[in-house]
Design a protein around this ligand. Structure first.
Ligand code: KIV
Length: 284
């Protein structure tokens, strides 16, 4: 077991100030959360990407608050010391401040999260402010925001032109002013990410596919280990092909069942002769 202390906001700000990059990964289940906590991952995102990676939908839009609470609670149980962030699913905050605060509160009260994340720029600043005013730490998410993928024209780089980049920089300032303690920049050019990080005054900037010059990095766990069969984003680095290892193991299992090489004697339990003889007598 790691002996590390529970990670909190002062720890994260201290790392950002010291320019020690913060590690952040997605996670959706107890055993993976356990491994991530043991490995020293500092932040965990229970992302609504679980709609795709765990539930097999083609987008994140069908994910509900109840789905998120179930998975976030499991992650919290597996990762007692990481800083766990609950990702607010589609239409659980967009309609208004009241519903946003209520659902953010569910992540804290029911799942034991440390913070929430929501997508969107200046238009979502009032939601961030209401959630922060309710005492809940909030993270913004700009650039490629999967809940708006239809409006953005697909899973592609955002903020390539100066005008679009300025909009993202302005949105980051608006979220910071509204009280977001961190902002995730997904798939924006590295130089824009660097600029926003340098301009941030009291806000931790995290990068997903946006280059090295942020306060930390986020990756999608399933992309890191070859566990999502439908596609592998260019920005993801594969740290090990667990998908291949599991597939080979499964094929071997099928083959051993068919050839009756599994189970072997060490995989079952016997019964003493006298008990078995007695059983036969009773059953006669
Ligand atoms: O749901 C998620 O995992 C996310 C990432 C894509 C950043 O929001």
């Amino acid at each position: 077991m790691t002996e590390r202390k529970k990670i909190n906001l002062p720890y994260l700000f201290q790392k950002a100030q010291a320019k020690e990059p913060i590690s952040w990964l997605t996670c959706y289940d107890y055993p993976t959360a356990y491994l991530q906590d043991q490995a020293g991952v500092e932040m965990i995102l229970v992302g609504d990407s679980l709609g795709m990676t765990m539930l097999g939908f083609d987008s994140t839009l069908p994910v509900t608050m109840d789905d998120m609470i179930r998975h976030a609670s499991a992650v919290r149980r597996g990762a007692p010391t990481a800083f766990v962030v609950g990702d607010m699913p589609y239409m659980t905050y967009q309609p208004g401040n009241e519903i946003a605060v209520k659902n953010a509160g569910r992540f804290m009260a029911e799942a034991g999260c440390d913070a929430i994340k929501l997508e969107g720029g200046a238009a979502m600043a009032p939601r961030i402010q209401a959630i922060v005013d309710a005492g809940i730490p909030a993270i913004g998410h700009l650039g490629l925001t999967p809940q708006s993928v239809a409006a953005l024209g697909g899973f592609r780089l955002q903020g390539k032109s100066a005008d679009m980049a300025k909009k993202i920089a302005d949105d980051a300032k608006a979220l910071e002013k509204a009280g977001a303690f961190a902002i995730l920049l997904e798939l924006v050019p590295d130089r824009l990410c660097k600029m926003i990080t340098e301009r941030a005054e009291n806000c931790i900037i995290m990068s997903l596919g946006s280059g090295p010059d942020a306060h930390g990095q986020l990756l999608i766990y399933h992309d890191m280990f070859g566990l999502y069969p439908k596609f592998k984003p260019k920005m993801a680095k594969v740290f090990g092909n667990a998908g291949e290892v599991i597939l080979n193991g499964l094929k071997q299992y099928v083959s051993e069942v068919k050839s009756v090489t599994f189970p072997a004697p060490e995989n079952w339990f016997g019964m003493p002769d006298e008990e078995f003889d007695e059983l036969k007598k009773i059953l006669k």
